[in-house]
Design a binder for this molecule. Structure first.
Ligand code: BGC
Length: 848
């Protein structure tokens, strides 16, 4: 029998060491070094610490032995200072997959891997985790956040933060707070009552600050109840620092700092990126004019120095984690594969999975089967050295005697892929003279904030890329431009386009996050190479909010059949196979930073593809690669549905592990999936007159679904199948003394859940514990997750899960702040919020 520790967290003493990284003595020495350094700086020098020197770094100051501090995105890998494939990173599964593992220990190790990556890339702070909530399924950055539930988000987030920081690298849980959707994210004023903020949206931040002491935090772009978050005195100085004791650096989201005085007074320590910010000389002047007290600047600078000291960048200050205490090296490839499998959620299975050994043939269908969809779009993007596609992963895992055929079936991609060839880039000055050159691995050209070889954006007038298109076959090839500004496209010297592509939409980041595209057809006979040249003339005053930006793509697409031909081909391949595996996916346009989703339907003709394949092959397994809920109108017509999220670089290996049964699908849904769009409890993400009102209050996700009469979701929060079965055999509860006090995380109840593996395989179960108050107060959600733990057991074996419930589980927010809510609670354990086979009523005698 195996008993796993609750939520897999390290022991208290380890946690303390990981949080603070050291013994108390070191902390004192560090603080003294910070004070000494601060004392040596004049006003200008202190202010210089508070703003980016460039896109990703804070400046060094040799006079006090302060090094340059580099920050880097982010949650799914550490990109470093370059936004290009020539500076690759380990790509781990998207954060929603990590949350779906319900495994804080795995989140902790993932954090350690990212710290290792950060060190390798010279970064000191990882701009992660994203702990906004899944309020509406339309949120475009859903894939980058964890869950609709604040407790699960807080547990995974805290473990991730402590993992990164145990590697001596800082974090910035983000975006503080209420950046739960993307529409008008720079200006939207989120209106939410205080209870809703406290019990839902602030809750994960509070848990992370209290449990894992992050060294940083990122202020959101949006307003909350009328104030920009970068200027929010009450939430930043009052709640975050005053109540929760946050002693780290509050950094603005990129370009989010807008007002010198209001930002400084609200404790917004660092304005990013630089060099043009509202701090610098503006802040010096504000202090001299008496609009900002110098003590305020001291406070901000002190926190920046503390961060620098913690990450080992301040002379005479011991780093929080000394070199000898760093975690042992982690195999990034192996961990990315483990996390991907651990996060996969088996939503339905008629027994087709795991695939039996000795299959004669498998048909693998889908555009994403060949070109894996590994991550969502936007700042979370990283470039791995390699990607294992489902096709490659499955081929490697299946015995040579199993035939594997692939067909695209339906291609949902709207945009062309970057030209798959090495591309020469030339940087041109105003007079047309060549300033420098570089080579790119493909047709995607992107430089943000800095150019190769320290070329200056000020001198740059145009960039020209040129590469050889090597046609795979005769037919209609497509070549394209993605970007904004003036372009000249030539194929073997013939001009295809010479014009301006204007900006679409209002998001200032859209020019690089979601640029428009122009496509041209080229009839090519044979396979003789064609030279493509794309010259991009930078728009006047180009750049994004003060820093240089060049971003465009030279794209190419091979000839493809018509949509009907692709479908027919896939159906024929599927009909001839023993098992059909269809990989469906959302695209970069659908799930990306900067935009919300218009619809939950899979793009293109993928639904039709699944329905037609299922009609000819009863053993059809559908693999869904999406970071957020999609509609699955065919879900009851197929043999199995496996949700793979965005699985990172080891996508195909992990998928093969799970399909063949080498690993169990470890995931449980961190968010409820609807049947239809109209059923989603919260849909609207568009502000009205600039305001987005969270009028549903506490009732998002499963908290809202429970109140629905006659409308059930497709799959509830917590749901997910393994490859074995479990019986819930016992639940014992014990009140722990003292039952009340000041620490909201002090355990007040301990639950012991006894379960038994009744299946034929060893397995892992996520034991979930839910609390239901007695129902007399209808403002409280009916049932809410209160704790969870994982257990493993061999066939027939029994296992115990021990789960402690903190005081906070028995509190609500009211006019007098957090209030204990004694009384009778129904405590139930099980496998999802809607599958709770065992329960007990407990009287909790708090002080009230
Ligand atoms: C995103 C942040 C990100 C930052 C830097 C912003 O647009 O909202 O999450 O860390 O850019 O890339």
């Amino acid at each position: 029998m195996t008993t796993n520790q609750q939520n897999g967290r390290p022991e208290q003493s380890d946690r303390h060491r990981e949080m603070h990284g050291d013994a108390h003595g070191d902390e004192q020495v560090r603080e003294a070094a910070v004070e000494a350094a601060l004392g040596k700086l004049d006003l200008t020098a202190k202010v210089a610490l508070l703003a980016g020197a460039d896109m990703w770094s804070l400046p060094a100051d040799e006079s006090i032995g302060l090094g340059r501090l580099v920050m880097s995105d982010g949650p799914a890998g550490v990109r470093g200072e370059n936004w290009t494939p020539d500076d690759p990173s380990v790509s781990v599964p998207s954060p929603t997959a990590l949350a779906a593992s319900w495994n804080p220990e795995l989140a902790h190790r993932t954090g350690q891997l990212l710290a290792q990556e950060a060190r390798r890339k010279g970064a000191h702070v990882v701009l992660a985790p994203t702990v906004n909530l899944h309020r509406s399924p339309r949120g475009g950055r859903h894939f980058e956040a964890y869950s609709e539930d604040p407790l699960l988000t807080g547990e995974i987030g805290a473990a991730f933060v402590s993992g990164v920081q145990s590697g001596g690298v800082g974090t910035t849980p983000k975006h503080f707070v209420a950046n739960d959707s993307e529409t008008d994210r720079f200006t939207v004023d989120v209106r939410a009552d205080e209870r809703t903020l406290r019990e839902l949206y602030l809750a994960p931040f509070e848990a992370i600050v209290r449990k894992a002491s992050p060294w940083g935090l990122m202020a959101a772009y949006n307003k909350v109840n009328g104030e920009f978050m970068t200027e929010h005195q009450e939430l930043n100085n009052g709640v975050l620092r005053g109540e929760w004791g946050f002693d780290g650096v509050l950094v603005s989201d990129w370009t989010g700092a807008r007002d010198t005085v209001r930002d400084a007074l609200a404790g917004m320590d660092v304005a990013m990126p630089g060099p043009a910010t509202v701090y610098g000389e503006h802040l010096v002047r504000a202090v001299r004019d008496g609009r900002v007290p110098e003590e305020t600047v001291d406070e901000l600078a002190r926190r920046v120095l503390r961060l620098a000291a913690r990450v080992g960048l301040l002379a005479d200050a011991p780093a929080a984690v000394p070199a000898e205490a760093l975690p042992a090296p982690i195999d990034g490839e192996a961990l990315a594969r483990e996390v991907a499998a651990a996060g996969m959620v088996l939503l339905a299975n008629d027994g087709v999975l795991p695939l039996p050994a000795g299959l004669g043939s498998v048909a693998l269908i889908g555009a994403a089967a060949q070109e894996a969809r590994i991550g969502g779009g936007g700042s979370a993007q990283v470039f791995p050295t390699h990607v294992v596609s489902p096709l490659a992963g499955l081929r490697a895992a299946l015995p040579p005697t199993t035939a594997l055929a692939h067909a695209v079936g339906a291609d949902p991609n709207v945009h062309l892929r970057p030209l798959a060839a090495r591309v020469e880039a030339r940087f041109l000055g105003r007079d047309g003279a060549e300033l420098g050159t570089t080579t790119l691995p493909d047709g995607a050209a992107r430089w943000i904030g800095q150019l190769p070889d320290r070329l200056s954006f000020a001198d740059l007038a145009a960039v020209e890329v040129s590469g050889s298109l090597q046609p795979g076959r005769t037919g209609t090839h497509r070549v394209g431009i993605r970007g904004v500004g003036r372009f000249v496209l030539e194929a073997d010297g013939a001009v295809l386009f010479d014009d301006i592509v204007p900006v679409e939409g209002e998001d200032p980041a859209a020019a690089f996050l979601n640029p428009p595209e122009r496509v041209f057809e080229l009839e090519l006979a044979g396979t003789a190479p064609v030279t493509l040249t794309l010259r991009h003339v930078l728009p006047e005053g180009s750049g994004f909010a003060g820093f240089g930006l060049v971003s465009f793509t030279l794209g190419h697409g091979e000839p493809v059949g018509t949509a009907d031909e692709l479908l027919d081909e896939a159906v024929a391949v599927a009909a001839a196979a023993d098992v059909a595996v269809v990989v469906v996916a959302t695209t970069e346009e659908v799930e990306s930073e900067g935009v919300d989703r218009a619809s939950l339907a899979l793009p293109g003709r993928q639904d039709e593809l699944v329905a037609r394949v299922a009609a000819v092959n009863p053993r059809t397994v559908v693999v869904v690669n999406a970071g957020a809920p999609v509609l699955m109108p065919w879900r009851e017509q197929v043999a199995a549905v496996l949700l793979g999220w965005f699985p990172g670089q080891e996508a195909g290996s992990a998928l093969a592990d799970v399909l063949t049964g080498a690993r169990e699908p470890g995931g449980r849904l961190p968010t409820t999936w609807p049947v239809a769009e109209v059923d989603a409890p919260v849909w609207g993400v568009e502000p009205v007159d600039g305001r987005l009102t969270y009028e549903e209050g506490l009732f998002i996700g499963y908290r809202a679904w429970q109140r629905r009469d006659g409308v059930a979701p497709a799959y509830w929060f917590g749901h997910g199948l393994g490859y074995t079965d479990w019986a819930y055999e016992g639940l014992e509860l014990r009140l722990l003394a003292p039952v009340a006090g000041d620490d909201p995380w002090a355990p007040v109840v301990e639950a012991l859940v006894r379960i038994r593996n009744t299946g034929a395989r060893a397995g892992r179960e996520v034991v979930q514990l839910y609390l239901s108050p007695d129902g007399s107060d209808t403002t409280r959600p009916g049932t809410a997750l209160a704790g969870f733990a994982t257990v493993t057991a061999a066939p027939g074996e029994r296992a115990e899960a021990r789960i402690q419930l903190p005081l906070r589980a028995f509190q609500t927010w009211g006019a007098d702040g957090w209030t204990d809510r004694p009384g009778n609670y129904r405590v139930r354990a099980g496998r999802s919020v809607a599958d709770l086979p065992i329960g007990v009523v407990l009287e909790v005698p708090l002080q009230g």
